[in-house]
Design a protein around this ligand. Sequence first.
Ligand code: F42
Length: 148
Amino acid sequence: MPLEGEYEPSPQKWVEDQVALYERTGGAEGNHQPGGDLPVVILTSLGAKSGKIRKTPLMRVEHDGSYVVVASLGGAPKHPVWYYNLKADPRVELQDGPRKRDMIARELSGAEREQWWERAVAAYPPYADYQLKTDRVLPLFVVEPADG
Ligand code: F42
């Protein structure tokens, strides 16, 4: 069931623009990280305080139909705000290219986190540098199809 609510674009114009381009072209454009050529997905979440629809470009790390999203924020000392949305309500939507699906996000720990961390770093090596930059343990969420 798609999330319902009023879409509130990111206050970061380049993020707002990338989301609009990605959605307008079905992921054919706006599908790389700034200045790079690695694939990106769009995660839709519900604002934990506002209840608004939030859309966040994130690196695409996929395995057997599930994805991992990394709340890295470039290794900043604080979590990105979307982290709190997923903690408050695990129902998300993930758009990968032209396909947008209802998904459930679950924060990872232990061996399962390690397995997905390896996949994330393999897909986007800068994640390893980001983790070295901060004492904060970068949160990982596995994002799985809501219909199992
Ligand atoms: N960020 C990552 O953390 N990991 C990635 O892998 C990643 C990849 C990526 C690829 C391409 C690209 O263009 C950007 C990429 N980013 C990546 C950056 C990502 O898209 C976000 O811009 C970044 O993670 C920051 O997310 P943020 O949610 O902290 O954004 C802030 C600026 C924001 O949107 N703030 C809003 C505001 O109005 O200030 C509020 C957003 C929000 O969700 N508010 C909640 C609400 O209720 O509406 C409140 C939540 C709460 O409890 O406080």
